[in-house]
Ligand binder design. Sequence first.
Ligand code: GLN
Length: 543
Amino acid sequence: MGAIVSKYIFITGGVVSSLGKGLTAASIGQLLRSRGLNIRMQKLDPYINVDPGTMNPFQHGEVFVTDDGAETDLDLGHYERFTMRKMSQESNYTTGRIYSDVIERERRGEFLGGTVQVVPHITNAIKAAFTSLEEPGVDVIMVELGGTVGDIEGLPYIEAFRQFSLERCRDDVMFIHLTLIPFLRASGEIKTKPTQHSVQKLREYGIQPDMLVCRTEVEVGREQCKKIALFCNVHTDEVIIEKDVDNSIYEVPLMLEKEGVANKICQFFKFNTAEPDLTEWKAMVETVINPEKTVEVAVVGKYTSLTDSYKSVYEALAHGGIANKADVKFRKVEAEDIENNGAAELLHGVSGVLIPGGFGRRGTEGKMAAIKWARENNIPFLGLCYGLQCAVIEYARNVCGEPEAISAEWFDEEGEGDLAKAFVALMDSQQKVTAKGGTMRLGAYACDLLEGSKARECYGRESVNERHRHRYEVNPEKVEILKKNGLCISGVNPDRNLVEIIELPDHPFFIATQAHPEFKSRPIKAHPLFKAFITASIKKSEE
Ligand code: GLN
């Protein structure tokens, strides 16, 4: 379309957290894109951490990494998977990032003579964060606010939205509020009161929503919508019901399309857009709902009890399944349980083993036991980041005759072992890890693929770019020992000659990568490594 002035959609949430605001935002973004609109998306997180990089996965779920090396909220993963558009540093701001920028400027004397305050200095910085996405040709900027309306820490953001809607033409700014309509099983009825209260709160802050998206588990009739509309000061057709989907999160855009969400947004902004083309997406959802086969793979990690911790990994595995017309069942195995019960017992019957990224020594022995089991039993194996590092150490210990092989990470953190035996090490041995935030190899790095290798066959290319998030590398001094003993280094970073991908030539599928390919997988375009891993796992299951 190429609007002259970008339009803004601010998405807030009410009643409870974990309503699937990110998924809804991503789905709306996709529907707008499928109408030919040029969109940008941003997530604002009200917590004080500068980025989620240092947060425990149990606290925050996965840290999603962008090409330009931002460590961000996992909602950006949804944005990328649904809109097929790459996110960047500008796509995620936190209160910590906003404040540290304002405080830095204060120290430089930029506000000399003035008192620096939440209003207007912090609110101005928030406005600068979302208007930074504005550029010629961008039709819609979608801004999702984390948390729930009424949270103390979210207030400056809501205030910034309010100010902005006053400064801009009101017709250029749309407020979408996502709420929950609970269903009370005992009385068999739905309740609209929490939604009414949440909108009251928003209106107290000076924001009148233009659209309500109500999450429910049951059908909600027109009469109920009328009631919500009356109490929330919106028209009945501005009340959208987003009922739980049955099979897959990828059904959400199709459901919202049926509810007419995107058409209403286009009407609001007076966009004259093309009919959306959702053919490919619908075909993909059809495959998810009616797979031809099922395959079970194990994910052996440290945070398996919380699905969000490895969000993109599970999604990428599901994409690999879609590409193979298969439903992928996950056996989530705690690495430490393998230490207690043995790999053979806990992994028995799975057709593939995946080890995701990780930090710290805990659970590592279990991961290596799982890798050994997959290696020795010809079970397809895919290792990601720490998964590669564990595979290298397992190989060094059990194949190369280096029983004392360690990662320098264990030495640095636990004083374990001898650095001379580090098969995985910091590249600059003088370097000491003194800070934890933002000190990793982050973002996209190139990888050249060895001719004739399985990795090259999977990717079908000579060179690729994948996203990274790690401090340690395969020790270049140990590469010869690994190679001599049969490990194939099939991917290398051309600039620093670092090991990027390893594989075993005599194994049906044994590949590990230093990168995080899961971040680049899409439901309608599975990542080649995940696709091939699932193909191999299906083959194994049919043996
Ligand atoms: N802990 C390892 C490192 O820092 C691996 C990190 C990861 O898996 N993301 O190098």
